[in-house]
Design a protein around this ligand. Structure first.
Ligand SMILES: [Mg+2]
Ligand SMILES: [Zn+2]
Length: 190
């Protein structure tokens, strides 16, 4: 199956399979956790964590959600960076989040170009489906937080609820409150 070869997974810790069905928050990366750049994040130095994301992410973990990042990175397919460099970018992201007390269970990215027809580039649901299978996540108990329509669409196709936040604002508090109260918000939270 093509997915096996095309999705890059970067899992720090695997759950022991089969015990519980786990709930997760699938997080978009650029514009939600880190600053979206018009010229893409190509090196660890260009990765900038948005301020204020630590406390809401910790709240989610305290409530028993796994944190899984699912991100389109056509910057790889465009040849502007490499899978190795993306690995270093994601090591930095994980270690900075860990320093804030936010352990990330996995980072999954699609390296393909738009129009390549892969099953993982959002709005396709492949990244979410793959992560759920790897980590034993119950998608129907899970949520996506993203800043673009494609994030909401990927969530819908995968079968989880979704909340949209403003790009590069880093205010996840309202989204987290909505999740805890079980309210889906498909309009942009302001
Ligand atoms: Mg985004
Ligand atoms: Zn892909």
């Amino acid at each position: 199956m093509a997915l096996e070869n095309t999705i890059n997974s970067d899992i720090e810790e695997r759950e022991v399979a089969g015990q519980l069905s786990l709930k997760a928050i699938f997080l978009d990366r650029d514009g939600v956790l880190t600053r979206e750049r018009t010229d893409y994040v190509k090196t660890p130095e260009e990765l900038e964590i948005l301020p204020g994301i630590g406390p809401p992410l910790r709240t989610l973990r305290d409530r028993g959600f796994r944190l899984v990042i699912v991100t389109n990175q056509s910057v790889v397919g465009r040849g502007l960076t490499t899978d190795d460099e993306m690995g270093r970018i994601h090591e930095k992201l994980k270690s900075e989040l860990k320093r804030m007390g936010c352990f990330v269970d996995g980072i999954y990215y699609c390296p393909h170009l738009p129009g390549e027809g892969c099953g993982c580039r959002k709005p396709e649901p492949g990244l979410i489906l793959r992560a759920a299978e790897d980590l034993g996540i119950d998608i129907s108990a899970s949520w996506m937080i993203g800043d673009k329509e494609i994030d909401l669409e990927a969530a819908k196709r995968a079968g989880c609820r979704a909340i949209r936040v403003q790009t590069n604002v880093g205010d996840l508090q309202k989204a987290v409150s909505s999740i805890i109260q079980g309210r889906e918000r498909l309009g942009v939270l302001r």
